[in-house]
Design a protein around this ligand. Structure first.
Ligand code: GDP
Length: 443
């Protein structure tokens, strides 16, 4: 999946740093050398890498970092923030015309995913109750008009087409009129692409631009093509004044260079990311989420890998089924705790899970041998029914269990709370993993 190499490289660098109580300037320099290599290997533009490293270094060797309690974490945080900045800082939203319809011109090279993305964008707009009109202005690629019509049918969005004998400029002009008459508040024009940028293509795009005066000119680029995508973006931008970029095929094993360089090189924000061939696979691009994904997913992946190595697959599948069906009981809890214990210290595991620090109560959940013995005693003092339905554990039952297990009511209460928290965590974990494992699949 996307960014895999980059993520694991960065993860290695940071786990070294995180392990240190004190971080010297030399440590930061060493880490930055490795980050620099990782970014270059991920096909990030050379100049972008240079500027990025300089910025991170400047902040990281400052006094505050050196003096902080967790200098390694502070460096990771700085990298996270700078990565976010690199990709545009905050989400760049789609423009909206003061007077509808908002006109969006989709441009790009052939095969980048322009037609598919036009359909996906229409779908996304429909979801927020808009009425987009798709316009088939690619009259050169033989199947383009039909492809757009099929997409339109699939999502029940109107497609404006005039065949392949009318000029794209005329099609665009008529489409705009059609949208006004039919109450379409967005017009998405799928223009023609070429295998390479050429004069004729640019001339035609400029004419369409001149005619429809679009609110958005979105360049669709294939993230898999790395620096080529960035160069294409630069050329288009010089001639057409793009308003945004759509990165497609982020579901593939792109090294990530395009995502990380395109904003810095062209000044154009990435507005959307496409992560699959399905019509629903277009998402607004959030730089901050992408940055933490680049930095954090590695942790997630390593946790899953670790789990796969340690945990009995059949048992895990059974456990997962139980969690999904809300059949997770105290017996399972006990077993799960033992399994988790095999993975390593729980606080470290939780650190690997993005968002887990937000689940209240988990911070205090330390698993050590002694406590596990206590947990076991408490669970064994419960009746079958209590194990299955913890919600019936009222005060008198808790008191009985405490007495039976040689623990205190406070211990019992704590365990029940942990159980609840664990259930919450499992729920969060399983929704994150999706029905078929981690989002995007694990390679
Ligand atoms: P166009 O020539 O730019 O209009 O490109 P198309 O829309 O025809 O897309 C070219 C190919 O890329 C098609 O096979 C699409 O299914 C595929 N494609 C487009 N976007 C994505 C994406 O985000 N992920 C994947 N895996 N494939 C995509």
């Amino acid at each position: 999946m996307a960014f895999e190499g980059l993520t694991s490289r960065l993860q290695d660098v940071f786990s070294k740093l995180r392990g240190k109580g004190k971080v010297s300037e030399e440590d930061v320099n060493e880490a930055m050398r490795e980050v620099r290599l990782a970014l270059l290997e991920a096909d990030v533009n050379f100049k972008v890498v240079k500027d990025f490293i300089a910025k991170v270094k400047e902040r990281a060797v400052g006094q505050e970092v050196m003096k902080s309690f967790t200098p390694g974490m502070v460096v990771v945080d700085i990298v996270n923030k700078e990565l976010t900045e690199l990709m545009g800082g905050t989400q760049s939203k789609l423009a909206k015309a003061a007077k509808p319809p908002t006109v969006i011109m989709m441009v790009g090279l052939q095969g980048a995913g322009k037609t598919t993305t036009s359909g996906k964008l229409a779908r996304l707009l429909q979801k927020s109750n808009h009425k987009p009109l798709l316009v088939a202005a690619d009259i050169y690629r033989p199947a383009a008009i039909k492809q757009l019509q099929v997409l339109g049918e699939q999502i029940k969005a109107p497609v404006f087409a005039m065949g392949d004998q009318v000029s794209p400029v005329e099609i665009a002009r008529s489409a705009l009129q059609h949208a006004k008459e039919n109450g379409n508040d967005y017009v998405i024009i799928d223009t023609a692409g070429r295998l390479h940028i050429d004069e004729a293509l640019m001339e035609e795009l400029k004419q369409i631009h001149e005619t429809v005066k679009p609110d958005e000119v979105l360049l669709v680029v294939d993230a898999m093509t790395g620096q080529d995508a960035v160069n294409v973006a630069k050329s288009f931008h010089e001639q057409l004044e793009l308003t945004g970029v759509v990165l497609t095929k982020l579901d593939g094993d792109t090294r990530g260079g395009a995502a990380l360089s395109v904003k810095a090189v062209t000044g154009c924000p990435i507005k959307f990311a496409a992560l699959g061939e399905k019509i629903d696979s277009l998402e607004p691009f959030h730089p901050e989420r992408m940055a933490s994904r680049i930095l954090g997913m590695g942790d997630m992946l390593s946790l899953i890998e670790k789990a796969q190595q340690t945990i009995d697959a059949d048992k895990a599948a059974e456990m997962e089924r139980k969690m999904r069906n809300a059949e997770f009981t105290f017996d399972d809890f006990l077993e799960q705790m033992e399994q988790v214990r095999k993975l390593g210290p729980l606080d470290q595991i939780l650190e690997m899970l993005p968002g887990m620090n937000k689940v209240k109560g988990l911070k205090d959940m330390k698993v050590d041998e002694r406590q596990l013995g206590r947990v076991e005693a408490i669970v064994r003092s419960m009746t079958k029914e209590e194990k299955r339905k913890p919600e019936i554990l009222n005060y008198s039952r808790r008191r009985r269990i405490a007495a039976g297990s040689g623990t205190s009511i406070a211990d019992v209460n704590r365990l029940i709370k942990q159980f609840d928290d664990m259930r919450k965590m499992m729920k969060q974990f399983s929704s994150m993993m999706g029905p078929k494992g981690p989002k995007g699949g694990l390679k």
